[in-house]
Design a protein around this ligand. Structure first.
Ligand SMILES: Cc1cc2nc3c(=O)[nH]c(=O)nc-3n(C[C@H](O)[C@H](O)[C@H](O)COP(=O)(O)OP(=O)(O)OC[C@H]3O[C@@H](n4cnc5c(N)ncnc54)[C@H](O)[C@@H]3O)c2cc1C
Length: 402
C-alpha cells in the first residue's frame, strides 16, 4: 500500500520532494499558505534563474562553509549534473554561462515551474492545498492549518516541512513558522540577511545629482579574499554579486561590532605602476578629473567615488590616486533590511536533526531547504543545496516505507 506524505511549503524544496515522491508512487498532500506555488522561485528567475554551478564538485562544496562536509555528502547524492538532467527530463534545457553558472535556456523560472507543476497535477496521487497556513505541528506529525474552510487538521505517514527562510515576506517566506513550530522544541537560530547589500554613509556632496549606477569589471577585497565581478552603487550604499560573495563574513563582523571596510580595485587589468605611468603623461591644460578620464578611461561614477574618499590635496598626487584606484576603501555601516536579502542565515540548527534530516525525537517529520541553518553564496548554490536536501529526505522516506 502506498504511503502518504504531507509536505508543507511549496517552494523549490517542497516541490522537489513532491516530484520525487510522486515519481516513486507515493501519495503527496502539498500545502502552502500562499495562493500559488514557488513564489520566491519565480522572483529568483527575474534576474536569470541560476540553478546551479558547473565548477568542480570539490570546489563546489566549499561554498557551504562550515557545512561543506554535510553538503559534500548531499550533493554526492544529487549533483549539479543530476539537476541539469532533471530539468532536461521536464523539457527544460540548461546552459553554462561564461561565469560557469548554470541557467535554463529561457532564463526565467516560469517555464520550469509550470512543467514541474503539470507533472504533479497529472498524478491522481497528488493534492495541492493552497491558502493553507500551518499553525502548529507536534512530534507525532499532527498538523493544524488555517484554511479557507476554517481550521483543519491533517496527519500522514510522513511530514516534510520546507517553510523557507526569512526574507521576501511577500513570497510567503515570512519566517513566522518559528512561532508556529514551538511544540517541536527545535533549536532555532535567529535569521540574518545573507547575500545582501550594505549601507554606506555617503557625503551630501556625493549624493548630489546621483543616480544608482554599476561598477563593472572590478574586484572587491574583504579581509584576505578578493572577488571579481560587478557591484551597484546606490543612494543607500552598495549591492551586487561581488558584495554578496563577501556578505557572510561582513555580516558576521558587523554583528561582532568589527568595522567592515571593503577595497575596490577599479582597474584590475592595470598595475599600480602602469597607472602612475599613465597619470605622469603631460596633462596640458586638462583638470585632473579630465586627465583621469582621458588616460585611464575612468567613468563618471569612478571619479565620483575617488572624490568621495580622496581629499582635495591627495587628488593632486598621482601616486596616491593610483593607490586609491587600485584599493578604494569603502566603510560599510549596516546590512540592508532582512526582507530585501536574497537569502537568510539562521533557522533550524542541524543539532536538532538526525542524519536523515528528520527531527530528533520524531519518527516521521523531516525538514528541508532554507528553513535549516546553512548558508551559501549566490551562484546556484542555494537552489542546488535545497534540491540535494530534498533528494536526501525523500531517499530516507522511501527506504523507511519499503
Ligand atoms: C531575489 C532573489 C533571487 C534569487 N536568485 C537565486 C538564484 O538565482 N539561484 C539560487 O540558487 N537561489 C536564488 N535565490 C534563493 C532561492 O530562491 C531560495 O534559496 C529558495 O527559494 C529556497 O527554497 P525553499 O523551498 O527552501 O523555500 P521558499 O522558496 O522560501 O519556500 C517556502 C514556502 O513555504 C511557505 N510557507 C512558509 N510558512 C508557511 C506556513 N506557516 N504555512 C504554509 N506555508 C508556509 C511559503 O509560502 C513558501 O512558498 C534567490 C532569492 C531571491 C529572493
Amino acid at each position: 500500500m502506498s504511503r502518504t506524505v504531507n509536505i508543507v511549503g511549496a517552494g523549490p524544496s517542497g516541490l522537489f520532494c513532491s516530484y520525487l515522491l510522486i515519481k516513486a508512487g507515493m501519495k503527496v498532500n502539498l500545502f502552502d499558505q500562499m495562493g500559488g506555488v514557488g513564489k520566491k522561485f519565480l522572483v529568483a528567475g527575474n534576474g536569470g534563474l541560476n540553478l546551479t554551478h558547473s565548477e568542480d564538485l570539490e570546489k563546489f562544496v566549499t561554498r557551504y562553509g562550515e557545512h561543506s562536509e554535510l553538503f559534500a555528502s548531499l550533493i554526492g547524492e544529487f549533483s549539479p549534473t543530476d539537476m541539469r538532467e532533471w530539468c532536461s527530463s521536464l523539457g527544460v534545457e540548461t546552459f553554462v554561462g561564461s561565469s560557469g553558472r548554470v541557467f535554463p535556456k529561457k532564463l526565467k523560472a516560469a517555464d520550469l515551474l509550470s512543467k514541474w507543476l503539470k507533472f504533479l497535477k497529472e498524478s491522481p496521487n497528488f493534492t495541492l492545498n493552497l491558502k493553507h497556513k500551518l499553525l502548529s505541528a507536534d512530534l507525532e506529525g499532527n498538523l493544524k492549518f488555517e484554511s479557507p474552510d476554517g481550521e483543519i487538521s491533517s496527519y500522514a505517514d510522513y511530514t516534510v516541512l520546507s517553510l523557507g527562510g526569512g526574507s521576501w515576506k511577500k513570497t510567503g517566506s515570512d519566517g513566522k513558522w518559528v512561532d508556529y513550530l514551538k511544540n517541536l522544541k527545535l533549536d532555532i537560530k535567529e535569521f540574518y540577511s545573507m547575500n545582501c547589500g550594505f549601507t554606506i554613509d555617503w557625503s551630501e556632496l556625493f549624493l548630489e545629482d546621483f543616480e544608482d549606477d554599476y561598477l563593472k569589471n572590478i574586484k572587491v577585497t574583504y579581509g584576505d579574499r578578493t572577488v571579481a565581478g560587478e557591484v551597484m552603487i546606490t543612494k543607500y550604499g552598495i549591492e551586487g554579486g561581488a558584495i554578496y560573495a563577501h556578505s557572510s563574513q561582513i555580516q558576521k563582523d558587523l554583528l561582532n561590532h568589527i568595522k567592515s571596510k571593503i577595497y575596490i580595485d577599479l582597474k584590475p587589468q592595470l598595475s599600480e605602476e602602469s597607472i602612475v605611468e599613465k597619470l605622469s603623461r603631460p596633462r596640458k591644460k586638462n583638470s585632473m578629473s579630465n586627465h583621469l578620464r582621458k588616460v585611464l578611461n575612468l567613468s563618471k561614477l569612478n571619479l565620483k567615488l575617488l572624490r568621495e574618499v580622496v581629499s582635495k590635496e591627495e587628488f593632486k598626487d598621482i601616486n596616491y590616486l593610483a593607490k586609491s584606484i587600485k584599493h578604494l576603501p569603502l566603510e560599510l555601516v549596516t546590512s540592508r533590511p532582512i526582507d530585501e536579502a536574497i537569502s537568510t542565515s539562521g533557522g533550524v540548527s542541524f543539532e536538532s536533526m538526525d542524519d536523515d534530516l528528520m527531527i530528533k525525537g520524531s519518527r516521521s517529520i523531516y525538514l528541508a531547504g532554507e528553513m535549516l541553518d546553512w548558508e551559501a553564496p549566490t551562484g546556484g548554490y542555494l537552489l542546488q543545496g535545497c534540491f540535494s536536501m530534498s533528494h536526501h529526505v525523500v531517499n530516507s522516506i522511501l527506504s523507511k516505507s519499503s
